[in-house]
Design a protein around this ligand. Structure first.
Ligand SMILES: [Zn+2]
Length: 252
């Protein structure tokens, strides 16, 4: 995200020179902003790309005479004047100039529009990285467990997913499947010699079932652990015993 001070309305953006021609390419917009800022150096060769960032950040980097610009694709549908403003802000940052008040106000007003905030939240939810440690832990290898269970209970048909340990040894959330990232995480608190293998296997199996069995909707409610889910879960050997052991370990 572009660091900017304060928040203000779009009241006065008329000093931002907005050419009323056909929409320009982003590269052209950057070249124009470059001239507007009166920077005395050779015009860089601009390369602008919209990227699926999980936030509203944008950045610019200069290497030789090539200026590479990455803009969050949340801004891809912004009105031309917003790109004009952003170009000015990024170039001012790069060349240590001051972007005009108009450019800052225009950009800030746009990114605080509720619809834009909503798109940013959505991008954050769906694209934010899932942090996880490698599948091979100190005592258990989750990737190996996944492929073994896949063969045994799913005929090897479950599409492989990212799997790893959580960075923190949570004792409240032991396993989680994140459909947006197709990722299974298992709490690092279970990567211990005091934890029986079948417990870890059961937790991985449970999360794998979430891949296999879709959410059910009852009215507006989403049922994560449906009746079908519970039935399928009982295919795990000694299901009752494993649940009991799990409770014991985590009630300590
Ligand atoms: Zn579950």
């Amino acid at each position: 995200m572009v660091p900017l001070r304060g928040r203000s309305g779009l009241a006065d953006s008329r000093q931002l020179v907005l050419p009323l021609r056909a929409p320009s390419s982003p590269e052209f917009v950057f070249a124009r902003a470059f001239r507007r800022l009166g920077i005395r150096r050779a015009m860089p060769d601009f390369h602008v790309e919209y990227r699926p960032f999980s936030s509203l950040r944008s950045n610019i980097a200069l290497r030789g005479n090539r200026a590479r610009v990455h803009i969050s694709d949340v801004l891809a549908e912004a009105p031309p004047i917003v790109l004009e403003a952003l170009a000015e802000i990024l170039l001012a940052q790069l060349f240590r100039r001051r972007a005009s008040e108009e450019a800052r106000e225009c950009y800030m007003a746009y990114i605080f529009e509720p619809a834009v905030r909503r798109r940013v939240d959505e991008a954050r939810r769906s694209r934010g990285r899932v942090r996880l440690l490698p599948a091979r832990g100190h005592h258990f290898d989750l990737a190996e467990i996944f492929s073994r269970l896949n063969q045994r209970y799913f005929d090897g048909e479950l599409s492989s997913c990212r799997i790893g340990w959580t960075p923190r040894p949570s004792r409240s959330v032991l396993g989680r499947y994140d459909p947006a990232h197709h990722t299974i995480t298992i709490s690092r608190s279970l990567d211990s010699e005091s934890v029986p293998l079948e417990i870890v296997e059961y937790l991985v199996f449970h999360e794998m079932l979430h891949i296999r069995i879709p959410l059910e909707r009852r009215g507006s409610r989403r049922v994560v652990h449906s009746r079908a889910f519970h039935e399928a879960e009982k295919a795990f050997p000694h299901y009752g015993r494993v649940r009991e052991r799990l409770k014991k370990i985590f009630s300590k």
